[in-house]
Every structure is written in structure tokens, then in C-alpha cells.
Design a protein around this ligand. Sequence first.
Ligand SMILES: Nc1nc2c(ncn2[C@@H]2O[C@H](COP(=O)(O)OP(=O)(O)O)[C@@H](O)[C@H]2O)c(=O)[nH]1
Ligand SMILES: [Mg+2]
Length: 303
Amino acid sequence: MLDGVRKALKDFAETLKTRRLSDKEIEEHVESFKLTLISNDVAVEVAEKLCEELVKKLKLIRVKRFGDGEQEVLRLISEILDPVIMEGSFKDFLKRIREKASRGEPFIILFVGPNGGGKTTTVVKLARLLQKHGIRCLIAASDTFRAGAIEQLQRLAREAGVRVVGQRYGADPAAVAMDAVMSARANRVPVVLIDTAGRTEVDHNLLEEMRKIKRVVSPDLVIYVGDALAGNAAVEQARRFDEYVGIDYVILAKLDADARGGSAISISYVTGKPVIFVGTGQGLDQLEPFTRELIKTLILGRR
Ligand SMILES: Nc1nc2c(ncn2[C@@H]2O[C@H](COP(=O)(O)OP(=O)(O)O)[C@@H](O)[C@H]2O)c(=O)[nH]1
Ligand SMILES: [Mg+2]
């Protein structure tokens, strides 16, 4: 996974380690590196920021010549990635849930995102992860729109040992979500995860519906689930969902299948929202807390 960005970095480090370059040559190499990043789905504004920093740093250290060239360039790249990639803290996330639970109120998370992005799978994965931490969950089947959605959720949730609250197709998704919240209150279940129908920015009815769910249940968090494979489209979409409904975190699903890797680098910078988990496979245990180190390991091949 993420081979595109990894190869771009490696080639770049390779070029720079061979000999001392003039300022002009550095600029030329960085420019072509920037284009490679962009062709691997790094958002233009992020590629520009990274390369600006890179030129500055390279000109500074060039003077003393690279010792262990390639390692030095990789270390520089690692440094300039730090301020760009924003990670959510799983520890804080758990703490917020436990705080609310101690007041006897369920913690409510609303999941939004495009159709096929990975929401339903991710909701069940997260429920399973939380249950492993001793936190019981309830899932609201608020995708009452897409054929087969309720059965898919029920099947996955059964596998994960999580309860689902649902109604028939065509039911009001906000009412289903409210039902689940009331059931969680009555049964002292500390977390409610609301799965919703996928939508795009052109589906005005579905977007309105999403706002209605938010209004009715007042979630503690709204999480955008995007498809890493969609690259820049996922980044743009996350930005628009944030404008439309307001999001707190991003989860990038299907990182395992992403051959380029740019969206994982740029989505938090462009949206201003931290990435909290990444999906690394179809299996229900394949959800990992997102950290800068995880991405760096994947693209720089080391910690
Ligand atoms: N490889 C891979 N596939 C995933 C991941 N997350 C979800 N999927 C697959 O993506 C497809 C769509 O997922 P689904 O949860 O139904 O998306 P939704 O339409 O947003 O609810 C399914 O085939 C999932 O198994 C992931 O992290 N990695
Ligand atoms: Mg779904």
C-alpha cells in the first residue's frame, strides 16, 4: 500500500544523495518531486507547502554536504510531514466516552460519507474495537434507503456481537437514530453509533436528512468516513461535508488498497480535522488508530 508516495520519496532521496547540487538544481528536483506527489493524490496546497519547506531545509544542509545522504533526506521529509499530518488521539476519544458514560448518558457518534466509502463496515469495526475495551455499543441502522443496507449491517454486527436497532426500509433515519438513543439510555449502553446512507453533495434531500439526524440526536461527534482510494476526491468531499454538516474527525477506509497514498497525507491538513482511524482491510479487526508514525512507516519504510 501507498507505493506511489513511497517510490517518489525514495527516488528523490536517491537523486539528492549522489552529489552536491546547486540551489537551482535543488529547486528543479523539488519541483519535479512536487508533481510526483500531486500525481499520487497529495493535494496541491499540501504538496506546495511540503516542497517549500523542503527547499529551505535542503539549501541549509547542502552546505555541510550529506553525510549519509539518503537517510538525511528521509529524516528531513519526516520532519516536514509532522506539522501537516494531524492525528486524533484514541486515548482522548476513549476518555470522552467514559466521562459521558459516568454521567449515565450515551455517547453518540454520527457517521457520514459517500456511498460505498466504507461507513457500515467501519461502524461495526469501531463497535468491536470499543467492546474489546469493555465499552458496550449499540448501532442505529439509519441507512433505510439503500437496498440490502439493513441486512448487511445486521450480518456484520452479528459477527461482531453488537446489537442493532433498526426499522423497515423507508423509515425516517432520524427516528431510527432517536430510537437507538432511547434504547441505549434505557439499557445503559454507553455508546450509540449511527450508520447512515451514503450521499454526495448533489443529493440535496439526503444532505437535508443528514442535518435532520444531527439536529434530532445532537451527536457528541460526527465522523466522516472516506475511501482512501478516492484520493483527492475524498479530500474535497470531506471538506464539503464539513461545510454542510460539520465533522469532528476523519476515518480513511481502504488504506490497504490505496496504491498512491496522497489522501492519507493531505486530508487532515486540507480539512483541519484529525484522522482518528484508518481501515486496513475488509476484516472486522482491521481498523487501526491513525498516527503520523503509521503513515511514516508506510511511506518512509522506517519509524
Ligand atoms: N480493503 C478494504 N475494504 C474495505 C475497508 N472498509 C470497507 N471496505 C469494503 O468497502 C465496501 C463498501 O463498504 P461499506 O461499509 O458497505 O460502505 P458504505 O456504503 O459507506 O456503508 C465493502 O465491500 C467493504 O468490505 C477497508 O478498510 N479495506
Ligand atoms: Mg452502508
